[in-house]
Write a new protein. Structure first.
Length: 266
């Protein structure tokens, strides 16, 4: 609705995990580096945690772009709120086995064969579980058991657990699983400079030739959002809409403050 007014080619602050709009902040770069290291070294389990809206899913999308599909077979579980058997069946489905058996013993047998077949083809297998804080304790226990799948002192499966901060406590509650987590990283929110750079980056990516947010506007965006990308996006998107409606030449402190005071953004 405001693209033409601001001279934009795309909406700069859409809240979708778009790798093309991925801003490589210091925390995101560090998180990506650790996850790629876990993949390349064939680690058993890595954990990435962060607040809601911190950019975990976007980071995951960028990670998938960087991993060779010829070298790795990848199963992505976006909804882990499943019973243990259904969870295992979903893993098989994501690995291309659509006719999963009902027997858990048979499921595990087929999964093990798939993992060893991948190894014979010089392919690694990666299981990525998003929103992992919702996994039932029984399923976490099953994940621990999957990490027993090893051959010649190497893991047949690398598992990424990605979720909100409470995921860390859930994993720590299962001591044997916590000991298998070789890499753990908390994806912090942006500081003020990163927030500023993030806004400038997304404006430019969307086609703006110059920044339209005043320093004071960015300061109040940072203060309200605590540097969380999703909240930054919500505020900036609405600010551009309001600014275009009011024929503003720039997004000022007052525009952002009015949006916050009206309760238009949580």
């Amino acid at each position: 609705m405001y693209l033409e007014y601001w001279g934009l080619k795309k909406y700069p602050f859409d809240n979708v995990p778009d790798p093309d709009f991925f801003f490589m902040s210091k925390p995101h770069e560090e998180g990506l580096t650790r996850l790629l290291y876990a993949v390349e070294r064939g680690k058993g389990c890595a954990l990435l945690s962060g607040e809601v809206g911190a950019g975990k899913t976007t980071l995951d999308k960028v990670l998938l772009r960087k991993i060779s599909k010829e070298r790795y077979d990848i199963a992505m579980i976006a909804n882990p709120c499943l019973e243990t058997k259904e969870f295992l069946q979903d893993i098989l489905y994501k690995l291309g086995i659509t006719d999963a058996p009902e027997s858990k013993v048979e499921i595990l047998r087929i999964l093990y064969k798939k993992l060893t077949d991948n190894l014979d083809q010089n392919k690694g297998t990666l299981l990525i579980i998003d929103e992992a804080q919702f996994i039932a304790e029984s399923t976490l226990e099953e994940i621990r058991l999957l990490l027993n799948y090893q051959l010649s002192n190497r893991f047949l499966l690398t598992i990424f657990l990605m979720g909100q901060p409470e995921l860390v406590d859930k994993v720590k509650a299962i001591k044997q699983l916590a000991q298998r987590v070789e890499i753990s990283y908390f994806l912090r929110s942006f500081n003020f400079k990163e927030t500023t750079d993030y806004i400038f980056f997304r404006e430019k990516k969307a086609g703006l030739s110059k920044n339209v947010f005043s320093k004071q506007a960015i300061e109040i965006v940072f203060e309200h959002s605590n540097g969380i990308p999703r909240i930054i996006n919500n505020l900036c998107d609405l600010a551009l809409l309001v600014g275009s409606g009011e024929k503003k030449a720039m997004i000022t402190y007052e525009v952002i403050k009015d949006i916050i005071d009206d309760g238009a953004v949580f």
